[in-house]
Design a binder for this molecule. Structure first.
Ligand SMILES: Cc1cc2nc3c(=O)[nH]c(=O)nc-3n(C[C@H](O)[C@H](O)[C@H](O)COP(=O)(O)O)c2cc1C
Length: 155
């Protein structure tokens, strides 16, 4: 399968997890590419409207994994905008994960996953599997291992 991992990552945490999943998927024989969503203004605390500098084309992929950090207790605005501008996802397998600093998934993680799921639904697909990495949790490495195992073996 041709798999695209579409990543927004402000400080590198989400990207580092995406790279582990990429390695696992390559090991399973898939063709995998990480593509970055990039804002014009890199300051996530800016109150100005978000504009995208780079919006990856999803058309080459059979399966897509969307990956983003949680910001301000919800999905990062950059990923929210990118998802809203996507064409139809019909026929593509979709997955997602988010990373968040705080240890509790109700502090933004669950809401962010729900928003990705809703955005994909609008584009015609259901998210097949998702995950939340709590960066400050002592269970972080286990969470990452579990996610890499799960998303790294999609078929
Ligand atoms: C502007 C901003 C807001 C954030 N808000 C939250 C939050 O509400 N809840 C949380 O758990 N983490 C929050 N974080 C922390 C990030 O979600 C966390 O560090 C994440 O792993 C960063 O991923 P990245 O390195 O890929 O950008 C915030 C980070 C930034 C920069």
């Amino acid at each position: 399968m041709k798999i695209g991992i579409i990543v927004y990552s402000h400080s590198g945490n989400t990207l580092s997890v995406a790279q582990k999943i990429e390695q696992a998927l390559r090991g399973s024989g898939h063709t995998v590419g990480i593509e970055m969503v990039e804002p014009v203004n890199g300051d996530p605390n800016s109150s100005a409207p978000v504009k995208l500098k780079t919006a990856p084309d999803i058309s080459p992929y059979d399966a897509i994994i969307f990956a983003s950090p949680v910001q301000a207790f919800t999905l990062a605005r950059v990923m929210k905008l990118y998802l809203s501008e996507l064409p139809s996802l019909t026929g593509k397998k979709t997955y997602c994960f988010v990373t968040q600093h705080l240890k509790k998934t109700w502090m933004g993680g669950k809401r962010a996953i729900r928003l990705i799921s809703e955005a994909c639904k609008v584009k015609g697909v259901d998210i097949i599997s998702s995950g939340i990495i709590n960066w400050s949790s002592s269970a972080r490495d286990q969470q990452i291992d579990e996610l890499v195992k799960r998303l790294g073996t999609i078929k």
